[in-house]
Ligand binder design. Structure first.
Ligand code: HEM
Length: 416
């Protein structure tokens, strides 16, 4: 474990290698993760931590090794029964399987049911609605006073999107935000909405009960183009067992919400940290096209995905035994200087900006990636002409988590 989280670069480089444990949520809450991964990429790219709060685990930190692990899904399993996709496992009697926590063939069958919602034609159909809402949210922002960008913009926009995807009662949409926070929070964090796994389970059960009502309505009606109707009519999903029902809805709520929210907040923070890039963008708004994927890389809203080895194997010269936990740190792969030039800089006109790991890789690659990009593109297209400068007036508060790279609040001001 990290000796008292001593985070200066020199100290991190001086500590014994086998003491490095990047699973500690404090590294992300304090924004001090960089030197740890820099050292691992250089000295021990596939690193074993024998002792951590989550048990022993391997860290895969280089871009190419992460890709190799992702594509080898016959060996590296996502199966809930083996531990699922997070370093922190769901308690055995509260596992909530969903297709992100499954291997083929069930994964593929269930993913196929929902993926049409983000097909190019449907995205094109949604563009007008997303733009109209984005304009409304931006027009309502106060001028000349400090407000929280996360609450007023990121959460509002992504929650509205989610309500549309589920065809959820619009006035009750903040329920979705709440359930998303419940599903993904670290229960040890003081500002989390729940503080034990049992409490989390209870609240998600309330979510599942509420959603069952919508489901019951929709299964009796002809198929509609919303996620609940699609699941209720899908051959592979219409008979989900109760825990799988809970897991699948939680996956879709979190997937479509938290990650895009944090890209909306992280992008503004990143541009504040790179004033030259911000100026360049203002001078040529066509750069929004490459800005969007660059923000998603730079922020890396999902810190890691985990797999479990189903048999003895090897990554980067290290022998991995059957049953061992393998954690792919996207946050590190996206900073790998052998794959990405000047990775610590936000470069608004980066060549091939979509070649990042924030959406994962292989059969589980994010199903909503084009929708997330669309929402971000519209946000920046509508923001720049209205408010060429949004001043960030204080540092972000980072979320206490080793899974979601999140921003809890970001104080900003639009000049009067
Ligand atoms: C910037 C925004 C987003 C980021 C960074 C992100 C990231 C990810 C990552 C890392 C994975 C796992 C990939 C892997 O294991 O290889 C994933 C899967 C997934 N994402 Fe996203 N996501 C975003 C937006 C969305 C949106 C908007 C939706 C919903 C419409 C969504 C729905 C999903 C689903 C359903 C999966 C599971 C896919 C599978 O297991 O086959 N995501 N996402």
């Amino acid at each position: 474990m990290n000796a008292a989280l001593d985070c200066s670069r020199a100290n991190v480089f001086a500590m014994p290698l086998d003491a490095i444990d990047v699973s500690d949520p404090k590294l992300y809450a304090n924004d001090t993760w960089r030197p740890y991964f820099e050292r691992l990429r250089r000295e021990d790219p596939v690193h074993y931590t024998a002792e951590s709060a989550y048990g022993p685990y391997w860290s895969v930190t280089k871009y190419k090794d992460i890709v190799r692990t992702e594509v080898n899904h016959h060996v590296f399993s996502s199966d809930s029964a083996l531990g699922g996709i997070q370093i922190e496992e769901q308690p055995k009697d509260m596992t909530r399987p969903s297709f992100i926590r499954m291997d083929p063939p069930r994964h593929d069958e269930q993913r196929r049911v929902v993926s049409p919602i983000v097909a190019p034609l449907n995205l094109a159909n949604m563009e007008g609605l997303i733009r109209e809402r984005t304009i409304r949210v931006l027009e309502a922002l106060p001028r000349g006073e400090t407000f929280d960008w996360v609450q007023r913009v990121s959460i509002e926009l992504t929650t509205m999107m989610l309500a549309t995807l589920f065809d959820f009662p619009f006035e009750e949409r903040r329920k979705l935000t709440y359930w998303s926070d419940v599903a993904i929070c670290n229960v040890d964090s003081a500002d989390s909405p729940v503080h034990s796994e049992a409490e989390r389970f209870e609240k998600l059960k309330e979510m599942a009960d509420y959603m069952s009502g919508l489901w019951a309505e929709r299964e009796t009606r002809p198929p509609n183009f919303d996620l609940i109707s699609m699941l209720a009519h899908g051959e592979a999903t219409r008979d989900l067992a109760p825990l799988e029902f809970m897991g699948t809805l939680a996956l879709l709520i979190v997937g479509g919400n938290d990650t895009t929210r944090n890209s909306m907040s992280g992008g503004l923070w990143a541009l504040h940290e790179h004033p030259d890039a911000y100026r360049k963008l203002r001078a040529d708004p066509r750069l929004i096209q490459s800005l969007v994927p660059e923000i998603i890389r730079y922020q890396t809203p999902v810190l890691h995905m985990r797999r479990t080895a189903k048999e003895e194997t090897e990554i980067g010269g290290k022998r991995i035994r059957e049953g061992e936990k393998v954690v792919m740190w996207y946050i590190s792969g996206n900073r790998d200087e052998e794959a990405i030039a000047e990775p610590e800089r936000l470069i608004v006109d980066r060549g091939r900006p979509r070649e990042h790991l924030s959406f994962g890789f292989g059969i589980h690659r994010c199903v909503g990636n084009r929708l997330a990009e669309l929402q971000l593109r519209i946000l920046w297209e509508e923001l720049l002409p209205r408010y060429p400068v949004v001043e960030v007036v204080g540092p972000p508060t980072w979320v206490y988590s080793n899974f979601i790279h999140g921003i809890r609040s970001l104080p900003v001001r639009i000049p009067a």
